[in-house]
Design a binder for this molecule. Structure first.
Ligand code: ADP
Length: 386
């Protein structure tokens, strides 16, 4: 089955056409500056459509050329927030689209864009099945003691304030790949998965299910990220609000100016590692803060899952930064974790073990592939007629 995978942002639209059975990518691209006037093109990128419908025309033309007469059979959408309702991928109709739209307040930057994408495709290709794959769905198995915040109950009942978790498609895919690599049935797999990209989260997997995850009500909680603070004392915000900071000021500070950027002046892990290696003390401290935070989560989640059978690194930093992996592993000696320094340095696109045979917990690098996971989930839903 050929599946068009759509990741629609407020001003961008990322797409791939995947052959699900062959596991291959037949076409891919990125349309940017949607609704921002003419971006002027350049580098072969198509730019400047008026809205998501016009962006879709550009996608259609590009795909048509790449597929040379083949047609795709379904569309799979990445949807950031599925709230409490969506625990798995669903076939989309107008009621589902409205349900996703009702979740807009929980993901004000992301869900409205997904809704625009769903509606534009329903209009252009009314016969085509569309499937929504939610970033939160994999974490619907969190027990209540893990998803509750210790705040007055009415914040949950009236405002939906609880922990949801994100990156679920990636954590799900990576944990299945890791279980397969270690030859453990996924229903028996207990592990800690660290998805470390620009956004970063770590998930506790017990019997193949997510039982805790570091992102919460929004993707801000938890780890130190490229530009996001992760955990902090919420009273800091009260303190700053009293000093005159507006909600927008706080939002910008926490989501765009913090994390590696706030500590080291650069949000890109590669640059921070290079700076630290060249003797920059701030960059070195940023790495120390980020690796220490992650190590604490790994220790906590090792306990939460009752003893992890694997520690898995994935996404841009997890897959590529041997330096960051080593910094984290160095803090895990108490768990008996021991990296093989040669295996850790190796570069590969394959899932692999990077710990020594003596390591009490095997450490793995497993490349994530969210588009592939979305394409497979889409095909499964369409085939089952759900
Ligand atoms: P996103 O969350 O946007 O999908 P990615 O998963 O692509 O992000 O991860 C981006 C991060 O991965 C950046 O911090 C980048 O510096 C880091 N990264 C990518 N390649 C390397 C590398 N070779 N060494 C170290 N870090 C890397």
């Amino acid at each position: 089955m050929l599946v068009l995978v759509i990741n629609s942002g407020s001003s961008s639209l990322k797409y791939q056409v995947r052959d699900v059975e062959a596991g291959s990518v037949l076409a891919e691209g990125l349309i940017e500056k949607i609704g921002m006037g003419n971006g002027g093109g350049g580098d072969g990128e198509i730019e400047g459509p008026r809205d998501h419908a016009e962006a879709l025309e550009l996608v259609d033309a590009a795909i048509h050329e790449a597929l040379g007469g083949q047609v795709f059979h379904a569309v799979g959408h990445r949807v950031v927030h599925g709230g409490e309702r969506f625990a798995e991928p669903v076939l989309v109709d107008s009621e589902i689209t409205r349900a996703i739209e009702r979740l807009n307040p929980l993901a004000p930057l992301h869900n409205p864009a997904a809704v625009l994408g769903l509606r534009a495709i329903a209009q252009k290709w009314p016969e085509l099945p569309q499937v929504a794959v939610f970033d939160t769905a994999f974490h619907r198995t969190l027990p209540e003691h893990a998803w509750r915040y210790a705040v007055p109950d009415e914040l949950y009942t009236n405002h939906g304030i609880r922990r949801y978790g994100f990156h679920g498609t990636s954590h799900d895919y990576v944990s299945r790949q890791a279980a397969a690599l270690l030859d453990v049935p996924v229903e028996e797999f207990d592990a800690v998965i660290a998805h470390l990209g620009n956004g970063a989260s770590v998930t506790a997997i017990r019997a193949g299910q997510s039982i805790d995850t570091s992102m919460g009500f929004t993707p801000l909680e938890g780890l130190v990220m490229g530009t996001r603070s992760g955990d902090l004392d919420p009273s800091i915000l009260v303190f700053l609000a009293r000093a005159g900071w507006s909600p927008e000021d706080l939002d910008t500070m926490l989501n765009r100016q913090s994390g590696l950027k706030g500590l080291a002046g650069n949000n890109d892990m590669r640059s921070v590692v290079e700076a630290a290696e060249a003797g920059d003390a701030k960059a070195a401290m940023a790495l120390a803060v980020a690796s220490y935070r992650l190590a604490k989560y790994i220790g906590g989640y090792h306990v939460a899952v009752g003893g992890a059978k694997a520690l898995v690194f994935t996404a841009g930093i997890g897959e590529n930064s041997h330096q960051f992996r080593a910094l984290v592993a160095d803090r895990l000696g108490a768990l008996g974790v021991e990296l093989d320094s040669v295996l850790n340095l190796e570069r590969s696109r394959d899932p692999r073990v990077i710990s020594t045979p003596r390591s009490a917990i095997p450490v793995l690098v497993v490349p994530t592939d969210e588009e592939r996971a979305i394409a497979e989930a889409t095909a499964a839903v369409v085939n089952s007629g759900r």
